[in-house]
Design a protein around this ligand. Structure first.
Ligand code: NAD
Length: 270
């Protein structure tokens, strides 16, 4: 398939996990790919693995200049930007309201919201002129935490709910030129870490979750790989397939939203 042939797509946080899976999938679909990524070692790895096929820009999504540099690099190399994917984020390892020290909670909010929400806002700001010119699209990575509690603590859950509002507002403001959509994955093994303010900068998601714990809560009853979530992004980035889609959020959460009152509603006992 070449659903994205010749499309120039920029993904933030493309150095590991879902972002890295999107790089690989989008290349396989024929896209020109760029990455804005904070971790220098992940930039080195992208350069080693993909060479000049991927424009890898080191920078922080909370910095407007870094976002503008990434968009400029895409336009310099490919002459355009067709799709911006705001994907970089940090988690909170489920740090709860009551158990978290008040000062840590306050500083953790500033740090986590800066990456998860301001990073998407500034990426959208930097990409908007190029996307209006190309009549392209934006996609933001949500989470089951954009819709339901319990997939994180109040910091992460509120940050992902905030991106729902950002998608709706930008889909409204940027129509008719730019489509703005989202994809909400469920749990996966990745390098996802937490705020330094909570002492979680080196703690990864699988230090707090096990594959079995993730599998067990999902009606589809398997532990997804990051690559399993890339299909909806391809759909939403594909001009041939996204003509009618804006303000759409795809729950790519293995049926989490329809699990109902029982742990597993049926199917296995047939
Ligand atoms: N892992 C999960 O279980 C899960 C579940 C639902 C949603 N998500 C979402 O998927 C997306 C990708 O996360 P992941 O799980 O692949 O984690 P990940 O840590 O492997 O990928 C995120 C990338 O973003 C980079 N990054 C972090 N802060 C940055 C910043 N300020 N500037 C630039 N780059 C930065 C990291 O270095 C990393 O490479 C996130 O939006 C996350 O909320 C993850």
């Amino acid at each position: 398939m070449s659903w994205l042939k010749g499309e120039a797509c920029l993904v933030t946080g493309g150095g590991s996990g879902l972002g890295r899976a999107l790089v690989e999938r989008f290349l396989a679909e024929g896209a020109h790919v760029g990455v804005l990524e904070r971790a220098p070692d992940k930039i080195d790895q992208l350069n080693a693995d993909f060479g000049s096929d991927v424009v890898a820009i080191q920078g922080d999504v909370t910095d407007i200049a870094a976002n503008e540099a990434a968009v400029a690099a895409m336009e310099a190399k490919f002459g355009k930007l067709d799709c911006f994917i705001g994907n970089a984020a940090i988690w909170d390892h489920g740090a709860s309201l009551v158990a978290t020290d008040a000062q840590q909670l306050a500083r953790g909010f500033d740090e986590l919201f800066a990456v998860n929400v301001k990073g998407c806002l500034l990426g959208a700001k930097a990409a908007a002129p190029a996307l209006i010119r190309s009549e392209g699209s934006m996609i933001f990575t949500l989470s089951n935490s954009a819709f339901y509690p319990g997939g994180g603590g109040p910091l992460y859950t509120a940050s992902k709910h905030a991106i729902v509002g950002l998608i709706r507002e930008l889909a409204y403001e940027l129509a008719p030129k730019v489509r703005v959509n989202g994809v909400g994955p469920s749990g996966m093994a990745s390098d996802l870490r937490g705020p330094a303010a909570l002492g979680q900068q080196d703690r990864r998601i699988m230090d707090s979750r096990s594959p079995e714990a993730i599998r067990a809560i999902l009606p589809l009853q398997f532990f997804p790989d990051p690559a399993d979530f890339t299909g909806p992004f391809v759909l939403l980035a594909s001009r041939a397939n996204n003509r009618t889609l804006s303000g759409v959020m795809i729950n790519a959460d293995c049926g989490l939203g329809i699990r109902g009152i029982r742990h597993v509603a049926g199917g296995l006992d047939l």
